[in-house]
Design a protein around this ligand. Structure first.
Ligand SMILES: [Zn+2]
Length: 90
């Protein structure tokens, strides 16, 4: 894994953790501000409304599966190296 990918992954993970911490620990000095906060409205809703209006799944064919024969080209490694003969004793 490259260094910039590792650092960006850690950055994203730390942003998620900070967001979770901020959302779970924030508070409002007055009840009026809490009523306008979207996090508090969602957290304290007794009956959350579903976001999807579709109740049944929709099945549609995307593409047809076409099977193709795959012929692997088998090759032995030892055939390239050759076979070494017995050691010669002088
Ligand atoms: Zn809030």
């Amino acid at each position: 894994m490259r260094l910039w990918m590792r650092w960006s992954a850690w950055l994203c993970l730390s942003l998620v953790l900070w967001t979770v911490a901020a959302e779970s620990t924030h508070n409002h000095p007055s009840q009026a501000e809490a009523a306008s906060c979207s996090i508090c409205v969602v957290a304290h809703t007794a009956n959350p409304a579903p976001h999807s209006t579709s109740t049944s799944p929709v099945f549609a064919a995307v593409d047809l599966f076409r099977e193709e024969d795959v012929a692997a080209q088998a090759r032995f490694d030892f055939s390239d190296l050759g076979i070494r003969g017995p050691p010669a004793f002088l």
